[in-house]
Design a protein around this ligand. Structure first.
Ligand SMILES: Nc1ncnc2c1ncn2[C@@H]1O[C@H](COP(=O)(O)OP(=O)(O)O)[C@@H](O)[C@H]1O
Ligand SMILES: [Mg+2]
Length: 217
């Protein structure tokens, strides 16, 4: 479970202060599909970055299964073990093949064989098997997005944070993604927090939080 308590984020530029989050508090239960909605610029990505330990410069408290974020020393290690992140822009590494990109978060090489098998299974599931040895540059945006989705799942994270993951997907591929999310929630109690406006995703949500004027409505 993730608990946010009074999260406040101010972006400071040379001449301005922009309070994007103003004492945001809520809890995320295990196994939820929580949708984060709100106008463009309302702070969805900012909040995901904070929950994903990508941005540690904020006020307030967050805990993950009672462990305070402020006590976590090695954020990348923590992320690697617990959190899958799907970025709005897919952030695949151009020099690496599809398969290498997906297996990049597998740090424990003793798991490589098992994870290669899982990678193949997911590539088949998302109808991308033919691209396993391709470079991302030959793929469409939607294909890259689905590969980034697979990469976020490869370490079986307890929570997946996704920033507009269906932004480049057609309806059919969005349905495939939603079905996978349902499986993972059922089989592993995986938690999903998804920033999106996509009606198809909203329909599947267990709860929707709407960000407005720096807070949850
Ligand atoms: N690194 C940054 N520096 C300064 N301002 C930022 C930065 N990132 C985002 N902002 C500002 O914070 C606000 C919220 O941005 P963002 O979290 O990206 O919103 P959303 O994802 O809901 O569209 C916007 O006004 C944006 O301009
Ligand atoms: Mg955003």
């Amino acid at each position: 479970m993730i608990k946010l308590d009074g999260i406040t984020k101010i972006y400071k530029t040379q001449h301005t202060l922009n309070k994007v989050l103003n004492s945001v508090s809520f809890e995320i239960e295990d196994g939820e599909l929580l949708v984060l909605s709100g106008a463009s610029g309302s702070g969805k990505s900012t909040l995901l970055n904070i929950i994903g330990l990508l941005d540690r410069n904020f006020n307030g408290k967050i805990s993950y299964n009672d462990e305070l974020y402020s006590n976590i020393r090695n954020a990348s290690n923590f992320r690697n073990q617990n959190i899958g992140f799907i970025f709005q822009s897919h952030c695949l590494i151009p020099e690496f093949s599809v398969k290498e990109n997906i297996l990049l978060p597998v740090i424990d090489k003793s798991k490589y064989k098992e994870k290669t098998y899982y990678c193949n299974k997911l590539l088949k599931y998302f109808n991308l098997m033919q691209y396993e040895n391709s470079l991302p540059s030959i793929l469409s945006l939607g294909e890259c997005q689905r590969i980034a989705i697979i990469r976020s799942l490869i370490n079986n994270p307890q929570i997946v944070l996704a920033d507009e993951p269906s932004g480049n997907l057609d309806k059919n591929n969005t349905e495939i993604l939603l079905e996978k999310i349902d499986h993972l929630r059922k089989d592993f109690n995986t938690t999903f927090l998804i920033a999106t406006h996509d009606e198809n995703v909203l329909k599947h949500a267990t709860r929707t939080l709407y960000l407005e004027n720096g807070n949850i409505k």
